[in-house]
Ligand binder design. Structure first.
Ligand code: ADP
Length: 550
């Protein structure tokens, strides 16, 4: 734009200078010619006077730088101070002569055939019909113009330089406010009113762009929030295997620190199976696979991203399925344990029944066999009840609603149930303090019952069981202590496993399924609490359960 304004201004000014010089030269030429003509006229008047007085002799005595010619009314040259009049042709066809014959005087500027130069002529008709003509070579005007030309040239050069300077200034002045326009912000006042339509268009477009950027940012933020809250790792890669985006879960899953640059996807996982899967996905194949590393199971799902049927990249979703796999494993173990544990009493029952059926039991022993069958059946019932409790805990829908519970009252009721059993071994049962908690009755009941039952079962003659409560703003702590046989350090680590029973020798004497503490741990976890045990062999054990108050 600057160049255009500069060039146009310069061309205009240059043209004006040239035209002005041409006009000036023209005016100068005309004025000069006019002045010459006037001077010729004056000379003719003077010569006319001389001619009137002295006749033709006057001409012979004339010494003039002008050419003087006397012509009769037929056009024949009577006298010429530059040429021999005899040799000159008839002049009646000369413009100035014709005009002088017609109007009394005549001017002309033309090329002289007689003397071969451009001349200015003035002719005047005398009273006797002759015509006096005076002429001057126009070369003197031309030479004047040529002399002036060098001045004019320099004037033109200076004029052009000034024009350039002015054009430069004018262009800068015009362009400056346009350059200073901040098109990123709405323009309230355009520098030139001619720019108003352009400025309003820019404002309109700025507004549209701003809105679109806002929209895009919102979408980006939404997407970021969605992917940030995803448990699954999400990677988006381009066709060159560079990571375009990775959510927090992906960074955490692969232990990669985000540094903002486009990393190779293999910095996340460089295993062979992953590399091959990436290559396939970038060839347009959707696939999934599972992989285990360092005791973790990961499931990968890869899908190519296509635009116009051309693969532009791929998305990779990675899920940590370790827990799922562990649960499956536990379920498998549990089923085999259940079958095994159920089979033991059933085999006994079946054996005793067999003896009875074949009449192999002496009548005096029938009663004992019957009670054996009863005990084994009871064991089966208890075990099935415990298994049902565990499966109910697995299915969280069936555990019930939270309610405000007075733990002392609840414990008193539980003690009531175990009073008989405790009395058999002369075990004292007591409750210290009290506490209130908002929780699920069925679960808290299960927790305290199982702990109290174990504290009695694995106690000694004349032993004691103490249930105590402690509470602060946020938590309630339940402790069940006994003065029983205690649990070895090794067993402490395993007693919460399903079907695990410590000290097999004693366990065979004391009835149990090995599921009680599993149920307790499950229930405590379900309520968001923690369970721990401290114990010393032959001195006793303390089970401590910390639960959130709400
Ligand atoms: P169960 O009592 O039916 O055998 P539990 O899961 O309740 O099953 O207990 C697992 C094992 O932990 C028991 O077999 C026992 O060996 C040990 N145990 C639990 N509570 C106590 C306790 N208070 N004192 C000593 N040993 C205990």
């Amino acid at each position: 734009m600057f160049k255009k304004i500069f060039n146009n201004t310069l061309i205009t000014v240059a043209l004006v200078v040239v035209v002005l010089i041409a006009l000036f030269l023209n005016v100068l030429n005309n004025t000069y010619t006019q002045r010459l003509a006037d001077s010729l006229k004056e000379d003719v008047a003077f010569i006319e006077k001389g001619f009137e007085v002295e006749g033709l002799d006057y001409f012979n005595g004339l010494d003039s730088k002008e050419r003087i010619t006397l012509i009769d009314e037929d056009g024949s040259v009577l006298f010429d101070n530059r040429r021999d009049s005899e040799s000159l042709e008839n002049h009646s066809d000369r413009e100035e002569i014709k005009e002088a014959i017609e109007t009394g005087e005549g001017y002309s500027r033309r090329y002289s055939d007689s003397i071969g130069v451009v001349s200015i002529y003035y002719a005047k008709a005398l009273e006797n019909g002759d015509i006096i003509r005076v002429s001057l070579e126009a070369d003197s005007i031309t030479s004047l113009l040529v002399r002036m030309f060098s001045y004019l040239f320099w004037i033109a050069v200076i004029g052009l330089l000034v024009a350039m300077f002015l054009a430069q200034r004018a262009a800068s002045k015009i362009v400056k406010p346009i350059n200073e326009l901040d098109v990123d912000k709405p323009i309230t006042l355009p520098p030139y009113k001619e720019l108003t339509p352009l400025v309003s268009k820019i404002n309109e477009q700025n507004y549209t762009i701003e809105k679109q950027i806002d929209k895009l940012n919102k979408r980006k933020e939404e997407l970021k929030n969605i992917t940030a809250n995803m448990n699954e790792g999400l990677l988006v890669i381009n066709a060159k295997e560079k990571v375009l985006s990775a959510n927090d879960a992906a960074l955490k899953l692969f232990g990669v620190v985000a540094n903002g640059r486009k990393e190779s996807v293999y910095e996340f996982d460089h295993s062979r199976i992953f590399m091959e899967a990436i290559k396939k996905a970038l060839k347009g194949e959707a696939l999934s696979f599972e992989k285990s590393t360092n005791g973790r199971y990961l499931e990968y799902m890869l899908s190519p991203v296509k635009v116009d049927n051309v693969v532009q990249g791929a998305t990779i979703v990675v899920m940590d399925i370790t827990e799922k796999r562990q649960q499956e494993e536990m379920r498998r173990e549990f089923s085999s344990n259940v079958s095994h544990e159920l089979k033991t009493p059933l085999t006994s029952i079946s054996g005793f029944a067999e003896l009875l059926r074949n009449d192999l039991v002496a009548p005096k022993d029938v009663c004992e066999i019957g009670s054996n069958i009863y005990d084994e059946a009871q064991r089966l019932i208890v075990m099935i009840e415990d298994i049902l409790k565990l499966s109910r805990l697995d299915d969280s829908r069936s555990v019930g609603e939270k309610e405000e519970i007075d733990l002392r009252q609840l414990s008193e009721k539980i003690i009531e149930q175990y009073k008989g059993q405790a009395k058999e071994q002369n075990i004292s049962l007591s409750i210290k303090n009290t506490a209130k908690i908002k929780t699920i009755r069925q679960l808290i009941n299960e927790i305290i019952s199982n702990l109290v039952s174990n504290a009695i079962k694995y106690n000694k003659e004349n032993g004691e069981v103490v249930i105590s409560f402690l509470e602060d703003n946020k938590h309630v702590t339940i402790q069940v202590s006994d003065s029983g046989q205690g649990i070895s350090f090794e067993d402490q680590k395993r007693i919460f496993e399903r079907f695990y029973r410590a000290d097999k020798a004693h366990s065979s004497e004391i009835p149990g399924t090995g599921l009680g503490l599993s149920i307790v741990k499950h229930a405590v976890n379900y309520l968001g609490g923690e369970i721990s045990v401290t114990s010393e062999l032959n001195k006793g054990s303390t089970f401590k359960v910390v639960l959130p108050k709400e």
